[in-house]
Design a protein around this ligand. Structure first.
Ligand code: COA
Length: 122
């Protein structure tokens, strides 16, 4: 929407980045089955601008798994002006840590401990 644009009239990079962080956090939280926090943004490439009226879609998967941390690969794609061409606009790697109710890092469950609906989805 126009309220999300930068001075050049394209969608502000920080807005796109925050949508990617939200999407990656959902993916990480499902894999960890817990609360997660972002600890690092390992890489981020803005490939093409996002324009007012584009539909933004964000796709995530777990690409690295540690003891309490994981990396999520994130791609953002647009459909230009709602009905036009599809283009990849950004990609990045976000790192999350699984935390307990006290805010301390906590182990991520093994894959075979996950419910089927989570194993199939991430
Ligand atoms: C996440 C947090 C609890 C981790 O605390 P910590 O004392 O560093 O925890 P640990 O030393 O046990 O490390 C936990 C894991 O995080 C990883 N890690 C911690 N900081 C990291 C960083 N900056 N970059 C990459 N990995 C990091 C460690 O390698 C470890 O991974 P592993 O268990 O898979 O081997 C703490 O750093 C924190 O609360 N950070 C703020 C998070 C936040 O507020 N995010 C929103 C920012 S707007």
């Amino acid at each position: 929407m126009p309220a999300d644009t930068n001075a050049a009239g394209d969608i502000f990079g920080g807005w796109v980045l925050s949508q990617m962080d939200i999407a990656a956090g959902i993916c990480a939280g499902q894999r960890a089955q817990s609360r997660v926090v972002t600890v690092a943004l390992d890489s981020m490439s803005f490939i093409r601008p996002v324009k007012v009226g584009d539909i933004l879609g964000i796709y995530t998967h777990v690409c690295e798994l540690g003891r309490t941390s994981m990396a999520i690969h994130v791609e953002a794609w647009v459909r230009r002006d709602r009905i036009g061409l599809r283009e990849k606009v950004t990609e990045g790697k976000f790192k999350f840590v699984s935390i307990d109710k006290h805010g301390n890092s906590t182990p991520i469950p093994h894959e075979d401990e996950l419910p089927d609906y989570v194993r199939d989805g991430v």
